[in-house]
Structure formats: C-alpha cells, structure tokens
Design a protein around this ligand. Sequence first.
Ligand code: PHE
Ligand code: ZN
Length: 884
Amino acid sequence: MTSSSSITIYRQDYTVPPFLVDHIDLTFDLGPSVTQVKATTRLRHNPESESHDIVLYGEALELVKIVMNGKTLAKSDYATDNGELRIANVPDDVTLVVDTLIHPDQNTSLMGLYLSNGNFFTQCEAEGFRKITWYPDRPDVMATYTVTIRADKEKYPVLLSNGNLVETGDLPNNRHYAVWDDPFRKPSYLFALVAGNLVCREETFKLADGRDVLLQVWVEKNNLDKTAHAMESLKHSIRWDESRFGLELDLDRFMIVAVSDFNMGAMENKGLNIFNTRYILANPRVATDTDYANIESVVGHEYFHNWTGDRVTCRDWFQLSLKEGLTVFRDQEFSADLTGSDSGRAVKRIEDVRTLRQLQFPEDAGPMAHPVRPDAYQEINNFYTVTVYEKGAEVVRMYQTLFGRDGFRKGMDLYFSRHDGNAVTCNDFLAAMADANGRDLSQFERWYSQAGTPRVRLESHYDEKERTLTVSLSQFCPPTPGQTEKQPFLIPFAIGLLDSKGNDMPLRLKGGKDSGTSCILELSDASQTFTFVDVAEKPVISALRNFSAPVILEYEQSDDELLHLLSHDSDHFNRWEAGQRLAARRLVSLTKAVQDGQPLTLDTAFADAFRTVLSDTSLDAALRELALTLPSEMMVAERLDEIDPHAIHQARQFMRRTLAEKLEKEWRDAWDRNRTEGTYRPVPSDAGKRALKNLALSYLLALDNPVYCQMAIEQYNRADNMTDRLAALTSLVHSGCMNRHPEAKALLDDFYREFENEALVIDKWFSLQATSPHAGIETITTLMEHPAFTLKNPNRARSLIFGFCHNNMAQFHAADGSGYEFWSKNLIELDRINPQVAARLARCMDQWKRYIPSLRKPAEQALRHVSEQPLSRDTREIIEKTLS
Ligand code: PHE
Ligand code: ZN
C-alpha cells in the first residue's frame, strides 16, 4: 500500500499491447478468507507490436503456479517487478494457465474481489482486475469471457457474472456452481462477479426490434420494497437510447446489483451493472426527491455505457472522458427529456451548470487542474474527476450546440460504424463528429488538451444612427500546472437581444441572413467583433444563453439590465443567471463589509426582485426555487482572490435573514400554497413544489421565531415522505430552533430510532448534523464515536467526514485549526483502509493557498503532517500536488 517513489505515467508513452487475448476462462472457488482463481487465457501475438514479451499485471496476489502451453514455469522463466510479470520471447500463440489465491475478507480497498455484508462483489475499473489474477489488465486488450463460479450453496445461493447463464448444478460438500458466458469482447475492467444471498425484482421487457429481454434488480432481502423506481428508470433508459440514438440492448439479460460498500456511484460492467445502494434503493419513506432523480440519472448513465463505454471503449486511461464525458452528456439529456417540458429541461440544465461551477471550476483553477484528456498521472483513480466527467460532458454538448441534434446524431452514427468493438481515443470521437458534419475541428481539440476555464470578455456598442450593435468578444485562459501558454479555443457563444419591453428582438448579423431570436457566434480568435444590423433600439444582451460553453463570462451589466433579464429573458437559464449575478455581486460586497467591520445592508430593489420572482406563479415552482436559492458559500469563494470563510458565511447568513424578514409574508404563502396533494409522487411538478415549500421553510427559520420552529416540527410529524421530513429536520438543526426547543432536539433522536435499520437514512442523519453551521468540532467528534459510525463504509465516512470538511465551510475553517487537524487525522486513518476514498478526502485542501493568511498557516501544517506519513500512491499524489 505504501510506496516511497511515485511513478508518473505519460499519455505520450502509449505503446500497443504485445499480446492480444482471444478468450479467457475464469474459475472461482469462493471462500471469504481464501478464494482460488484459475485463469486460462489464449493469447496471440499482436502483429503491430515489436515486442514478443507477455506482460501481466498483478497486485496483492498469491501466485500458485503459471503453466504456459502445458509446461509449468519455473521462477526463472519470468521476471516480476513492481506489479509487472514479464515472460520474455514468447511464441505467437500461447495458452497460459494462472493459479492464484486471494483473500476477500482482508480487502478493505473495495477494489478487486471483496465482501460486503457477507456477500462477494467485484470492482475492476480502473485497475482492479489485477487484484484478482495476473492478466494484461489494460483497456485495449479485449476478450470474450467464460466464468465458472463455485461456492457454498446455502451462504451464496446467487452466483452472477457477465453475459448469459449457460449452466448451473450441484457439487459435493453443499457447494454449487454456475457458468456464465459473455459473447462480447471486453476489457478486464468490465468484468464482474457477484455471489451471495440476494433477491431480485425481475421483468421481461420488449425491445423496439421485438426481442424479449430479462431485466433484474438484485438487492438484499430487506430492500426488495425499494427497487421499483430503479426498474422503472432502467426501462425508461432502454426506450430513450432506442429512440434518441437508435441504440438497442444487445443482450438477452440485463442485471443491476446494489451493494452498500462501494467507492463510487455505480459501475457499467457488461450486462451486470453494480451500484452503490444509494443510487438504487428508494421508496417514499426513505428517499428524497433528489434521491429519486439521482437514481434515474445514474441508472441511465450506467445503461448508456453499454454503447458508450462497453461496445466502444477507451484505448488507454488518458481517454477516460471518451466514455465518461459522453455518457454524462447522454444521461443529462435523458433526464432533461424525461421531464417532458421546456422548463423541466431548464431546471436540469441549471442544476448541471451549478455542479460544474461549484466543483469543476475550482478544480480547473487549483493544484489538480488537468485537461479533459490528461497528459500524466501517478494514480488513475485520482482522475475520475469533475473535469473528466462534467467538463467532458460540456465538451460533448458543444458538438451538439455547433451541429444541432441531427448533426450530433450523424456524428454518433459514424462513431459507432467506425469503432464498434474497439478501444479508441478522444480524437477518434472528434474525427467522427468532424467527418459526419464536413467540418475541420482541429482547433476544437484544444478543449481536450488545454486545462483551465477560459474567460470570455464581452463589450458592446449600440449605434443609434446606424441601428447597429457591435459585440466584441475576447478570450483568455489562465495558466495551469504544466501549461503556461494557451491557444484560443473554438467557443460557441449563444446570444439573444431583448428590447425594452422584454421581448426577443429579431437578429441579423452584418452580411448574413436572419438568425431567429437566438444565435451562436463562433469565437475562434483571441478577439473578434460581430455586428448586428437593423437593431431597432438599444437592446439588453442575453449572453451565453443556456450556458453554451464552459467558460467564465466577464461582462459588466448594470443592476437594471440584470433585473430586466431576470423578469423577461425567454432563455430560462439566463433568467436564473441574472438573479444569481445580482445576488453574487451583493454577497461579495457584503463579505468585504464584514471584513472591514462595516454595517451590513441590503437594497430594496434586490429584495423586491426576489419578491417578484417568488410571487410569480406563472413560473414553475422548481425554477423559482432555483432562482431564490442564493449562490453557495463555495460559489462566493470562487469570486474572491482571498477566501475568508467566516466573512463569507456571515455575509450569506445576513442576506438570508434579511430576505426572510422582507419577504416574510410571501415565504409564508409559498409554504402554504405549495403543499402537494394526494399520495407522494417523485415527478418534477410535485418535486418542484416541495423544493419551493421547503426553501420557504428554511428562510422562515432564519427569523428565530418560535412560531416557525413549531411549523417545522409539525411538518416533520405530518410528513408522509422523506423529502418533507428531512427538509424539516435539516432546517431545524441548521437554525437556532435546536437550542431553544427541546422538542426539536427530540426529533433528531426520533429520526434515528425510526430509521435505525436503513443505512442510507442514517447517512443522512450524520450528514445533516455534520453540515450544520452550529456543529463545532466537539459535535463532530461525538458523532465519530457513535456506534453506527465506521470509516470502513464509504457512504458513512463521506456522510460525516466529507459533510464536515467539504460542506461546512464555517466550522471546518475554525480559526484554531481544529478542523484541519481533524481532517489530517482521519485522512491518515482512512488511507490505511481505503486509499481511493482517502484521496478524495485529501482534495478538501485544494484551495488552501487562497485562504486568508491566518488560516493558511494551520492548513499548511496539517498538509505537511500528512505528507510525512507513509501514504498510498493515491493520497501521496494529491498531497504532493496540493503542497507544490
Ligand atoms: N465507470 C463508473 C461510471 O462512471 C465509475 C467508476 C469508476 C466506478 C471507477 C467504480 C470505479 O459509471
Ligand atoms: Zn460513467
């Protein structure tokens, strides 16, 4: 686990595999403390390679023997070094039999074969297969698999692997076996095995071509009543991929399995997707509207990987965004389409952009900044990032913005016709898009190769006499680690013009034809000027509509212009954006006022604008809720050169309280009038109402009025669903009510008792306390000692530790450094258990160099302390980059 020297792997060093695999036969004799793995692999020399060496990778394996073409190899027949096993000068065709022993019960990393609640699971992406057997564990080696699983029949009645079930039967000693055959060639990272005491919800489903397929969702027995939504989501996903992209399910059986110990969200293993329970299990009692929405999108995401990931996979791990950026884009479009309305699409877009700005923009501006297609890594697990995923999705979205839905579809069709069954690169995807649309996209490639968030400056001039509007756009991308100079990007810049009544004006570019009321300017130089003609009056510019490119827009617009956009823009995204800009501007000055000890004030015009939005019942509740949610503390921090977490927190609290006071009546009305009727349904319209109602509640609780505490307590007691119950409890805990109302405090215990047996709800219980602005280090330390807390379960560790370190700015940055100390202590401990999860915790300190001086010192101390410990390669890489 500990490595003294870190090896860096470079994209430029890629070489083709010397040997390819046609087929692998795997036999598992499962036992929790010892599992025997026998791998019989047919290898064939790759004519494209100069080397005749077989290179296998392995980690934490007990090698029993290797037999090559019938002959047992002696130790001197091969060389092992640093996880590599090399057999030199091998003939063109070989059969290799490798016998190994592994120890699932000692595997706390949750990579390879491991146990969760007594059942067996595997996780092989990115390089987990090498913890199962010696193998050319790289994504460009694709093979068909036959898998035999043998295990105790009573303890492990269910035996699953990829593909089709071809045989089952009994064995002596109360054991049994199953044989699975996957006819599709796949890289080892898509291999999966599950064995245990599980039950399933199943259904036969008719595909567009008339074939019947078997769909299954496997869970532990007590969770069977929480699988309906996942099954619905799966069926929606299948239909959507058929209709939007003409892509059909290629198997007779598609299985989903939920596991409670899992490092990530879910995994797209061919025909056998494995999910973190939090992205499968739902019923109204335990899951919130957000949980329901996340389940739909993650089920979609993994299903869509079957084509974008499994059928066409990555040549090497630097190409990760080829499958992830594309598949995130696909799941975003899926969720947007399922809302069934324009405002639903806008809500989804706003949420996605909020995530991008809140998490990816800081990454792109920090020590871990890397291109969508990275050039180097020490540990690939550290590159499953918001840049590869979310910025990667924005890059894919830009093709669609440039070429339209039809052009994008043509590019996708060409991509599959060229590359089905192969392991390819981001450039292959770009080439398919370019060729299908007859366009040279060489400049567009910079979105893959250059890190950092480009800034686009807009300046405009209206000539009343000529009736022209000139729009000057210029771009600049700040330096990032290893990249000082950047070349200009190709930026699709969507724009519209509003007249004084708020209507969209017709657009005509000089020398061009009419372009409707919204058009895409293509910015490709460092700076360019565009002239609109026949512009009847001085317009208000609606810039970067629908967030048409992942850039930071620098455009000074007056409060009046922003207020005009907020009330009239036909682009829902930009209406929301205008409100956020108004709020952010004020939060920044309030933060400065806090720092300077000046009195805090909020102007009436702003409060009135919020009032108008809140009372505008022609706007969907979901959109109003988004518009009235203030930019997060993290978003405000992004706009400041130096981060003063306490000042930011106070500024935001002040703004919340003031808006609560000034709009008290309207908040009350919103809370009263957005109750949902009838039984709980997780549909967008109802979810939007609940969101607005619960936002209203949280504003009202900022007033410190016992009446509202009582109202929240009643909402908690009356709630027939987790959304309303959790919102009430969170608002109570995060407000002052908790300390003044013994009744409120009792609810926390009530909640715990009620949901003691629902692990995912207990995670919520930990995290709502960990994120409370009143939860100091003592509260967190007490919670760490709670019998239900464990570092070994990633969801639980995240709920408490990440909740505090990541989502509790005010408390984590305690002036005495106690938050940082807590972070380093737990990071070191977690790293010994699970390096992958620990490395994510390490990222909490990404921004430390921008903290105010009094915090920088203790932050650096904590980082140095961690760096002096023996660390996993994962955590070492992050800490070194953070300190450098
Ligand atoms: N490939 C998975 C997904 O995005 C994520 C994942 C990566 C899961 C690594 C486990 C390990 O769908
Ligand atoms: Zn994915």
